[in-house]
Design a protein around this ligand. Structure first.
Ligand code: ADP
Ligand code: MG
Length: 291
């Protein structure tokens, strides 16, 4: 099983869209996929046509399991979607309160990681959509994944936002005792203004190999797809964004193939708990993010 977190400390950069789009393409390849909505706004949950009020149970209950001293149990909280082979662990209204509880309950940083580890036999891919701010929910996403996907709008303001994400990544890397592989994905790309090309070049100059070679273009079909509650490839497979997400998936799968020996979660205990991940406090200390 592979776990990808889609994260950036900035809203409106295409995190939720990227999660839904990649999930649609993974299932089309016959891969059993789970999407996890870690944003209290529940955009991914709504994307798949499920309302936060009616979701019943979801990610929040996993945290309550841990608060009650039990291991988090994801199985009863999974929901199927209209897309074959695609399940959702939804956000519910109360998820926002987890950030407040985090200071008082031990072990809140690894809830999603523990939950996901229980699903190793059920899914080939788990994609985690995260909120735009650094807090216990984002930490959960970063601690649970073996690859981070950072959608970034190619403009200079977003580049500055990315520096914050880099610092978070460095701290997480120190807690995990090894760097977390990441891929920066230029999104909402407008080919017309020269400023887009300049910022894209600045991104590549700065982050080199970690920037995916393509771009996800601005495409009105993306919004239409979300209104139809479908991943864009299932809504209009021939549109530019669907094709670009297809190319992105190919690159990500190649990266997973080349380093799956180190990062994949193996069925039979192949993944070792890494030292430093067991610390129960969440907070920033001496440049290390304790989980
Ligand atoms: P985030 O999750 O980072 O806040 P979203 O995925 O919700 O970002 O995207 C923000 C808005 O931009 C949404 O309304 C979405 O439909 C729209 N959007 C995302 N990607 C594209 C795209 N490639 N072309 C056009 N609109 C897009
Ligand atoms: Mg979102």
């Amino acid at each position: 099983m592979h776990v990808w977190a889609i994260s950036n400390q900035k809203g409106g950069v295409g995190k939720t869209t990227t999660t839904a789009s990649l999930a649609g393409l993974l299932t089309a390849r016959g891969l059993r996929t789970l999407v996890v909505d870690l944003d209290p706004h529940g955009s991914l949950t709504s994307y798949f046509g499920i309302s936060l009020e009616s979701a019943g149970a979801g990610v929040y209950e996993l945290f309550q399991d841990v608060a009650a001293g039990k291991p988090p149990d994801p199985t009863a909280r999974l929901q199927s979607t209209s897309v074959e082979k695609l399940d959702l662990l939804p956000a519910v209204m109360t998820l926002a309160t987890v950030e407040r509880q985090a200071g008082t309950v031990e072990g809140f940083g690894l809830v999603i990681r523990q939950a996901v580890l229980r699903l190793v036999d059920h899914y080939d891919y788990v994609l985690i959509d995260s909120p735009p701010m650094l807090g216990v929910l984002m930490v959960n996403a970063l601690a649970a994944c073996n690859r981070l996907i950072i959608p970034v709008m190619a403009d200079f303001l977003s580049l500055r936002g990315l520096e914050r994400m880099q610092r978070t990544l460095a701290m997480i890397g120190r807690s995990r005792k090894q760097p977390l592989p990441f891929t920066i994905v230029p999104t909402l790309y407008d080919r017309r203004p020269k400023v887009s090309a300049d910022s894209l070049q600045a991104l590549k100059d700065r982050y080199g190999e970690n920037v995916w070679g393509g771009v996800i273009p601005l495409d009105t079909k993306v919004r239409e797809a979300s209104q139809a509650h479908l991943p864009v490839s299932l809504y209009r497979s021939s549109c530019r964004a669907a094709k670009a997400y297809g190319d992105l998936l190919e690159s990500l799968l190649r990266l997973d193939d080349s380093d799956s020996e180190e990062t994949g979660l193996k069925k039979h205990g192949g993944r070792q708990e890494k030292k430093g991940m067991g610390s129960k406090r969440y907070g920033e200390q001496t440049g290390t993010l304790s989980i």
